[in-house]
Write a protein that binds this ligand. Sequence first.
Ligand code: NAG
Ligand code: NAG
Ligand code: NAG
Ligand code: NAG
Ligand code: NAG
Ligand code: NAG
Ligand code: NAG
Length: 324
Amino acid sequence: MLNKEKLVGVGLITLLHLCFFSVCVAGQNQPCRPSSCGDMLNISDPFRLKGDPSGCGDSRYELACENNRTILNLYRGKYYVEEINYQNYSIRVVDPGLKKGNCLSTPLYHLTPENFSYDHPYAWPYDWGFRTTVLMSCSRPISDDKFIPITSCNSTNGTTSSSSQPYHYALSGDGESLQVGDLPGSCTIGKSIFSKLGAASEPGNRSMSSLQDQLLLGIELSFLQIQCIRECRVKGQSCYMDYTVNSVKCDDPNSCKDLSDDCYKPIWLKGLIIILQIIFASIYTPIIAAGILGRALLGVVLSYGIYKLRQRHISKHDTTKEIP
Ligand SMILES: *[C@@H]1O[C@H](CO)[C@@H](O)[C@H](O)[C@H]1NC(C)=O
Ligand SMILES: *[C@@H]1O[C@H](CO)[C@@H](O)[C@H](O)[C@H]1NC(C)=O
Ligand SMILES: *[C@@H]1O[C@H](CO)[C@@H](O)[C@H](O)[C@H]1NC(C)=O
Ligand SMILES: *[C@@H]1O[C@H](CO)[C@@H](O)[C@H](O)[C@H]1NC(C)=O
Ligand SMILES: *[C@@H]1O[C@H](CO)[C@@H](O)[C@H](O)[C@H]1NC(C)=O
Ligand SMILES: *[C@@H]1O[C@H](CO)[C@@H](O)[C@H](O)[C@H]1NC(C)=O
Ligand SMILES: *[C@@H]1O[C@H](CO)[C@@H](O)[C@H](O)[C@H]1NC(C)=O
């Protein structure tokens, strides 16, 4: 009789575990074949392309494929994806308005690090640095070689260029080092363009062509947020992102090391399992029940391990008993 109860108990616990485990597996993103678009092969988890099977990738990281170009819709802008690096969680995007040519084209969209909200799937980490390029129109020519003479695509027709400021220049430098205060009085500031920090422009190649190459590197954004979601939020913990090493830290100091425990996502579920285990365990072994209760009270969530041990112990016990 006791044996039957035990078996029912074990069966129920096993069912519970299997059930929660399968829920956990189903909720996780399934391994999918990488997608490709134009030159971009291996678009893989957490990214997905519009139209991929619904279980693939993460919907927060959906990209589109238009005319063989991979597109990232970011706030009000639509950017070309140039490169995805899964090791350092970086995605490099370029504004479609920027083009190589004999005049300097400008971005279609205005995007700065301030555009990014804290919880957005993408971040523009200050730690990664960026280059700022300021365009300006001047009434007199400037001989300082920091000022790169440019031909603005707007003014090639002579239509939009104001005749009082016919000289166009660009000043480019690190986010911090660019001193707009240096501006000669005869100039007015136009657009600012941000780009990835590239090779520093040597005085020898401060040309419009080099500047275009620099701007066409685009900007580098981080998708490290996905690690926060997958490693920390799942456990109800908060997360710190370190963009200098591109890794995350969950804030729970006694986070459990047992991977199987990660599957019980909500804390109430863990609690429920522990309570059920205590109830079932108390049916046959009050000592183990007390042990579990003690552990639960201590806040240690290694109950799965105990359960496994206990299960092994019980099944051995049962088989020896059942053999006549
Ligand atoms: C894409 O992935 C496959 C297999 O994972 C690998 O052989 C191939 O080199 C990768 N291609 C690129 C461009 O990363
Ligand atoms: C995309 O690329 C494929 C092969 O690389 C080509 O057959 C197709 O015409 C291209 N489509 C567009 C819209 O450029
Ligand atoms: C970034 O923010 C500015 C100011 O709020 C806004 O004008 C601009 O459209 C935003 N950029 C994008 C790409 O949405
Ligand atoms: C990420 O790695 C790629 C390839 O090694 C590199 O080009 C890129 O600059 C790196 N980005 C960051 C932010 O470390
Ligand atoms: C080109 O003209 C647009 C407005 O038509 C202006 O916003 C932009 O700053 C101009 N670009 C340059 C490089 O002067
Ligand atoms: C150049 O001028 C032509 C007509 O004179 C106009 O249709 C075109 O839009 C102009 N291009 C630019 C870039 O201003
Ligand atoms: C500057 O010129 C050197 C060689 O002259 C080249 O290797 C480097 O890429 C250039 N830098 C930029 C930003 O174009």
